[in-house]
Design a protein around this ligand. Structure first.
Ligand code: PEP
Ligand code: MG
Length: 591
């Protein structure tokens, strides 16, 4: 095989693993349907019941083997599978098919599973789709036990390996022993799949969504995975091997060192405190945020609840989702951003009629204010969930005061309704807005008077300020966080917020990149929200500087006329102060 075959997928869990491939075949079992003589029927029913019993025992064993407290909270996935094993739609129906059709247990089970699939397929709802895949996984386990083909158990792998699979179930991931399974790669999967989240909780590097890695690899082939960037190298050359070995050592050294910061405050040497919170998309990310010492959730992107489903989530479903997160974050706040669809975020079932320019079209708050019924359901759900801890509401893509007034009016109406219904909610719930358009930056002062807090979405603010599509690789070189226009916008926002006397936060990716930590500190952001695994490294930098030094640095950058100049000056400063992080060679892509 060729050397240095680079593949790029989705970095699902950070870290670097270097080892040899262990290919796991998780293709679905199939079995042959066979007619039975009448006297065989009850024996077949008993075989089926025994297979259920064995399957139950196997899942109990998986549960009992999990010792790591970080993943114990994920065991509910196994409980779900145990419940499916008892589900009459599966169990009674299969037994009824064996008796009625006089066919073997494997054949009957496959018929029942096919029935399940067609029902689920017709519904086309993301939540139920997940349940469908759970039923498939459980069905496969029963089938294997019936035909006596045991599933390779990841718990039994004896040598250090990088697992390569088409897909892995959460039960597979729960069985991974870190001392032997050093990483995994899969053809399928996304960053927010259960398997990816479990990998992050376990600290096992993983790259998913590689599409065809299983067809390009063979057993024992050397492989490198970089779960931070989503890169996989098959059959690395000696040079590549050395390069990644060095990266791995550096990553591990840093990760080890950073755990020390989890319980500490983000406070500068002169005693100025910054609040660091987590960005999340699903409830399973909450334990990771808590472990990393996040002081609440600064941005809960609720789009995930609405994605890839036919009908929008009901009020009850949303209350349950918000409540779970709010309760687990007590006493810290959970900042729930209302639906931010449109632009690059598509929710398949919501009909966003074809727009010539979606980034400037019916996005985010504009969509919500048009589709008031949907918006109302979400606001009712957030308010109802606010009774269970501390919630805050965040409105996305605001461009003017009128939008805030409309949101507030609706919110007041809903509060009235809920009070009349006798429901509990936090009447004083804080409301905030995202500052992510140049218009909002220019009139921050007017907007700030209307709300309790601001949160700057630099991902969008930079794209709209510089007229650079954040997802278009042809203009990616123009996407410059240190562009003088961006720096000026950020400074205006912070100054206006201070003038009015409200908190100003930042929740775009810029907040997570330690290269910009001094700049954001100098600009005066009070609350930073980011993907939780980045919190410690940002905190470490904050704890090693005096705030006035950061302010002086920002003044210096302001005098420079272009992003490359500002970037060079910042590289020099960061390299000098934090040589282990930013020492030469200069970080690529910034100059
Ligand atoms: C942003 O625009 O910076 C932001 C945090 O929102 P999103 O990335 O979800 O658009
Ligand atoms: Mg945004």
């Amino acid at each position: 095989m060729m050397q240095d075959v680079f593949l790029v997928g989705i970095g699902a869990s950070p870290g670097i693993a270097i080892g040899s491939a262990y290919v796991v075949d998780r293709r679905r079992m199939s079995a042959v349907e066979r007619s039975l003589d009448p006297q065989e029927v009850e024996g077949e029913v008993r075989l089926f019941e025994t297979a259920l019993q064995v399957s139950r025992q196997q899942l109990e064993d998986v549960k009992n083997r999990v010792a790591d407290p970080h993943i114990a909270e994920h065991l509910h996935i196994i409980d779900t599978h145990l419940l499916i094993l008892k589900d009459p739609m599966l169990v009674d129906e299969t037994i009824a098919v064996i008796r009625r059709e006089k066919i073997n247990a494997e054949g009957a089970l496959m018929r029942t599973l096919r029935g399940f699939r067609s029902v689920f397929d017709a519904i086309d709802d993301e939540y139920l789709k997940e349940r469908r895949s759970d039923v498939d996984v459980v069905g496969d386990r029963i089938l294997r036990n019936l035909v006596g083909v045991s599933q390779q158990s990841l718990a039994e792998i004896e040598r250090k390996s990088v697992i390569v699979a088409h897909d892995l179930s959460p039960a597979d991931t729960l069985q991974m022993d870190k001392s032997r399974i050093i990483g995994f790669v899969t053809d399928l999967g996304g960053r927010t799949s259960h398997t990816a989240i479990l990998a992050r909780s376990l600290g096992i590097p993983a790259v998913v969504g590689l599409e065809s890695v299983t067809s390009q690899i063979r057993e024992d082939l050397p492989v490198i995975i970089d779960g931070t960037t989503g890169t996989v190298v098959l059959n690395p050359s000696l040079d590549t091997f050395r390069e990644y070995l060095e990266k791995k050592q550096f990553y591990e050294y840093q990760a080890e060192e950073l755990t020390y910061f989890r319980g500490l405050d983000a406070v500068t040497l002169d005693g100025h405190k910054i609040i660091l919170r987590g960005n999340i998309e699903i409830a399973e990310e909450v334990p990771i945020a808590l472990r990393e010492g996040a002081q609440g959730v600064g941005l809960f992107r609720t789009e995930f609840l609405y994605m890839k489903r036919k009908c929008v989530p009901s009020e009850e479903e949303q209350v349950a989702a918000y409540r779970e997160i709010i309760e687990s974050m007590v006493p810290h706040p959970v900042t729930i951003r209302t639906l931010d669809v449109g632009g690059d975020k598509l929710v398949s079932d919501i009909d966003l009629s074809d727009e010539a320019n979606p980034a400037m079209g019916l996005r985010a708050i504009r969509f919500s204010l048009k589709e008031k019924n949907l918006f109302k359901i979400q606001l009712r759900a957030i308010l109802r969930a606010s009774a269970f801890g501390k919630a805050r509401i965040l409105f996305p893509m605001i461009t003017g005061v009128a939008e805030i007034k409309s949101c507030k009016k609706l919110l007041e109406e809903i509060k009235g309704e809920l009070a009349a219904e006798g429901r509990d909610f936090d009447a004083g719930i804080e409301i905030g807005i995202m500052i992510e358009t140049p218009a909002a930056a220019l009139v921050t002062e007017l907007l700030a008077r209307e709300v309790d807090f601001l949160s700057v979405g630099t991902n969008d603010l930079i794209q709209y300020c510089l007229a650079v599509d954040r997802g278009n690789e042809h203009v990616a070189y123009l996407y410059e966080p240190l562009h003088p226009a961006v720096l000026r916008a950020l400074r205006m926002i912070c100054k206006a917020a201070k003038q009015v006397g409200i908190m100003v936060g930042i929740c775009g990716e810029m907040a997570a990149d330690p290269f910009y930590t001094l700049v954001l500190l100098g600009l005066g952001f009070d609350e930073w929200s980011m993907n939780a695994p980045y919190i410690s490294q940002v905190k470490r930098i904050i704890r090693q500087v005096y705030r006035p030094e950061a302010e002086e640095l920002v003044e210096e950058l302001f005098v420079l006329g272009s992003a490359p100049e500002a970037s060079r000056r910042l590289s020099e400063e960061m390299g000098k102060r934090f040589p282990s992080l930013f020492g030469q060679p200069a970080r690529s892509g910034r100059e």
